[in-house]
Each structure stands twice: as C-alpha cells, then as structure tokens.
Design a protein around this ligand. Structure first.
Ligand code: CU
Length: 295
C-alpha cells in the first residue's frame, strides 16, 4: 500500500511539474518528412532561407508563427467547415497565411507512384489522436490555391496513435499514380486535447512521360518539373526509402524551439490537467484493486 501511495504521489508531482517546463522549448507538432511548409518556413523552421519561405514570411507581415503550432481548437472533425478553401495550409490562421501562397518552389520531397512513403510527424508535445493524410488529385495545379475539392472526398490513409519514436510519429502511406507537383495534406485530430493540426507538404512526382517520337524530333530532353531547388529534395529523399529507422535526427535538431510561449503555456496547462486527472484515476484504480485482492 505504501508503494502504491508513493507512486501516486510521484505521479502527481510529475504532472504538477509539467506546466513549469520552459515553454519556449516545447510546442506540438508538424511533418518533417516529407517536409511541410511550416517545418521548412515557419518560426524555427529548418529552411527559412528558401526563396518561397522568404516570400511566405513577407506575405505574413514579416513573421510566421512557430512551425509546430498550426492548430485550431474544437474542430471535432469538421475540417471542411472550419478551414476555408484557399487557406488550407494555414488552417485560416493569420500568423501562417504565407504558407497558402500558390508557388511551385516551396522546399519539396521527390517521390514516385507506388512508393510506401515514410511520414515522420515531429511531436514536440506528444498527443494521442488520428492522422488523416490526403493527396491532391490528378489535375491539381500548384499555381492555384489549395481547396478541399483538390483533395477529394477521402484521405489516402487514416492512422490512429502511430508509434512515437525518436521524437516523431512514424507512418507510411502508399502513393498512387501522379505526375509533377502535388501536396500531401495532413490533419492531426488529437484526442487528448481539443486541438486539430493542419499541414501541407510539397511532393514532386516524376514528370509525365514524353513520347519517344517527340523526343527524337526535338532531340532534346523534355522539360522537367523537378523543383527549382534540388537541394531540399536530395536531402529529404533518403528518408522516403524503406529504412526501418529513418535518420532524420539532423532535421529534428535543426528545428528548434517554439517561440509562441503564451499559447504554449495555456496548452501545457490543459495537458498538465489531463495528465493529473489520468494519474489520479489510475492511482485510485490500483489502490482499489489491491483492496479487492486483500478482501
Ligand atoms: Cu500540442
């Protein structure tokens, strides 16, 4: 009984300590593989110097919000009602509006049809919940703002509580036939907080095949739709292979702390309260079980 009580007390102390963790160092989450616009361009993003990121920041009044904090409270699955067409990448949040720019040069990941794409979703504050992963339909035009219709009715995959290893949730989705530039849209509806997170990751499939006759006639290679910035693609490509443990530690390390302290503190209070409640419940349950055993 003493041991049980001591464990319960330790749990309460740990839960109470949660909100005291330096808020600047922690927030919530975003996909780092394939790299999302927020992980690349957002506050503490890893590719903030990219031309598209500079433009995105400019379009947002000079400053983008923390990369891992594109979230709305109380959506409860009504994504299409809450997030307006043309504002999917920002979730309609003013601090991220530059991520909605219809550009074809955001840092991107090279992929191919049929690939089992590894998705690593960095969890800076872990939450339980479901991921809905959408891909833009054939015919998507990167020079137009993203709409819900571009994504089709159903996600490619819906994954609940995937494993959290090395600081990231790990999932895989099989990519269908596409050519050229597309967007992977990831919705993370958490079940341990009221929040839902939104993100756009730019993908580049191989360019459409050009008929051999046409190639012979022009005697020139067909124009490629590979991104104008080959570096980010090369960097991300190894992580999309079948390696059992993608080594994205450098990317994770490159992405630093959240700078959105106010919102984060409020969020931590919710997490702390929920954790405390769970521990108290668990403690009471264990005590009761012991009593039942004795009786
Ligand atoms: Cu969070």
């Amino acid at each position: 009984m003493f041991l049980v009580r001591r464990l319960a007390v330790a749990g309460l102390v740990a839960a109470a300590a949660v909100p005291a963790v330096p808020t600047a160092a922690l927030a919530h989450g975003a996909p780092v593989t394939p790299i999302s616009r927020s992980a690349a361009c957002g506050g503490n993003g890893s590719k903030t110097g990219a031309v598209a990121c500079v433009a995105a920041r400019k379009a947002t009044g000079g400053r983008l919000g923390a990369y891992d904090n594109v979230r709305l409270a109380g959506v409860n699955g009504a994504d299409r009602e809450r997030v307006p067409d043309g504002e999917l990448c920002s979730a309609g949040i003013a601090l991220y509006r530059g991520l909605d720019l219809p550009r074809d040069d955001f840092p991107a990941t090279g992929v191919r049809p049929g690939q089992r794409l590894a998705v690593s979703y960095r969890g800076t504050i872990p939450h339980r919940g479901s991921f809905r992963i959408y891909l833009t339909k054939t015919g998507y035009d990167a020079s137009e703002k993203l709409t819900w219709d571009d994504l089709g009715a159903e996600p490619l995959a819906e994954i609940t509580d995937p494993p959290l290893t090395g600081g990231a949730y790990r999932m895989r989705v099989t990519l269908p036939q596409r050519t050229g530039r597309h967007l992977l849209y990831v919705v993370w509806e958490t079940s341990s907080t009221p929040d839902t997170y939104y993100s756009c990751s730019d993908l580049v499939f191989p360019a459409p095949a050009v008929k051999k006759a046409a190639v012979k006639k022009t005697a020139k290679p067909s124009p490629s739709v590979t991104p104008q910035e080959p570096e980010p693609v090369a960097e991300e490509t190894p992580e999309t292979t079948e390696a059992p443990e993608p080594s994205d530690t450098p990317t994770l390390a490159a992405i630093g702390a959240s700078d959105d302290g106010t919102i984060t503190l409020g969020h931590w209070l919710i997490v702390g309260a929920l954790t405390t409640a769970a521990l108290v419940t668990a403690g009471a349950g264990v005590t009761r079980m012991r009593r039942l055993k004795k009786g």
